[in-house]
Design a protein around this ligand. Structure first.
Ligand SMILES: C[S@@+](CC[C@H](N)C(=O)[O-])C[C@H]1O[C@@H](n2cnc3c(N)ncnc32)[C@H](O)[C@@H]1O
Length: 252
C-alpha cells in the first residue's frame, strides 16, 4: 500500500511559528524522521531538541522521532564539488529509505524553515520515489522561512517598491553584489559581506538564531556594525553551540 511521506516545514525554531496545517499533518502521520548531523556537528543536537519541543507542543499524545544519521560529505575533492554533492544526496536517500523500510506507516520529514528554500528534503524525496524501493506519496507542507522572520523582526519590506530581491549564499555574495542592489544572504559561515569591495555603500539588517532564545538582531551601515555582528555571531555560537544567520544587504 502507498504510504504518505510529508515534508513538513516547521519554521525557524520557535514552536509559536508552526502553521496550523503543519501541526495537523504532524498529528496525522505515524512517526517523524529527522536528519541527524550530531556525529559530525555536535552543536546541532540543540536543533533536534528544538524539533522535539515543537512535537511536544503540537502533537497530541505519544510521538516517535527517528533520527537518520547524516552521511559525511566528501570534502577532500573541491575540484568535484558537484560530484561530492551528488554522492552525498544518494547516500542520504539510501539512509532515509532504510529508515522508511524499518518503520512502517506514514512518515513526516521535519524540515527546518520552509522546504522550498535551500533545503534538500524535496530532492531527497524525489530520489526516494525514483529509486522505487519504498512506495510513498510525497506532499510538501510549507513553513515560515528564516527570511520571513528576519523581515518581520526588523519590520522590513524585503523589496524596494517595485524592485527585485535576490536570495543568495555567502559563497556567491561578492559576485552577486556586482549587479544586484538588494540581496538576502543565507548559508554564510564567514560573514562574507565583510569582503565586499565597497562596504560603505551597503546597509545591513542581520539576524542570528531567529526564533530561539539566543536570537540576535543588528542593523546599520555595514562598516559601522560588521565588527559587532561578528562578535555577537561568535558569542551565540559559544553560548548555544550552533549559529545560523541571515541578512538583508541593500545598497544605500
Ligand atoms: C540549509 S538553510 C535552510 C533554510 C530554511 N529552509 C529556511 O527556510 O529558512 C540554512 C540557512 O538558513 C538560515 N537560517 C535557518 N534558520 C535560521 C534562524 N533560526 N535564524 C537565522 N537564520 C537561519 C541561515 O542562513 C542558515 O545558514
Amino acid at each position: 500500500m502507498t504510504r504518505r511521506l510529508a515534508l513538513v516545514g516547521l519554521g525557524p525554531g520557535d514552536p509559536e511559528l508552526v502553521t496550523v496545517e503543519a501541526a495537523r499533518v504532524l498529528n496525522e502521520v505515524d512517526y517523524f524522521l529527522v536528519a541527524d548531523k550530531t556525529a559530525s556537528h555536535p552543536g546541532t543536537a540543540d536543533l533536534i531538541a528544538m524539533r522535539e519541543a515543537i512535537c511536544e507542543r503540537h502533537v497530541a499524545g505519544e510521538w516517535t522521532l527517528v533520527p537518520v544519521p547524516d552521511p559525511e560529505r566528501d570534502r577532500d575533492d573541491p575540484g568535484d564539488y558537484a560530484g561530492a554533492v551528488r554522492d552525498w544526496h544518494e547516500a542520504r536517500a539510501q539512509a532515509f529509505e532504510r529508515a522508511l523500510l524499518e518503520h512502517p506507516g506514514d512518515a513526516a520529514i521535519l524540515v527546518w524553515g520552509d522546504p522550498a528554500l535551500y533545503d534538500s528534503a524535496i530532492r531527497l524525496a524525489d530520489r526516494i520515489v525514483e529509486r522505487g524501493v519504498v512506495d510513498v506519496t510525497v506532499e510538501v507542507i510549507p513553513g515560515l522561512s528564516s527570511v520571513q522572520l528576519l523581515a518581520a523582526r526588523h519590520r522590513l519590506v524585503l523589496n524596494v517598491i517595485g524592485g527585485p530581491i535576490t536570495i543568495t549564499t555567502g559563497r556567491r555574495l561578492v559576485d552577486d553584489a556586482v549587479d544586484h542592489d538588494n540581496l538576502v544572504v543565507m548559508l554564510d559561515g564567514a560573514l562574507a559581506c565583510r569582503d565586499l569591495p565597497d562596504p560603505a555603500a551597503w546597509h545591513i539588517w542581520w539576524g542570528a538564531n531567529l526564533g530561539s532564545p539566543g536570537e540576535q538582531l543588528v542593523a546599520g551601515r555595514l562598516p559601522e556594525v560588521a565588527g559587532d555582528i561578528w562578535e555577537r555571531r561568535s558569542a551565540v555560537q559559544a553560548d548555544q553551540g550552533w549559529v545560523m544567520d541571515t541578512y538583508l544587504l541593500r545598497r544605500v
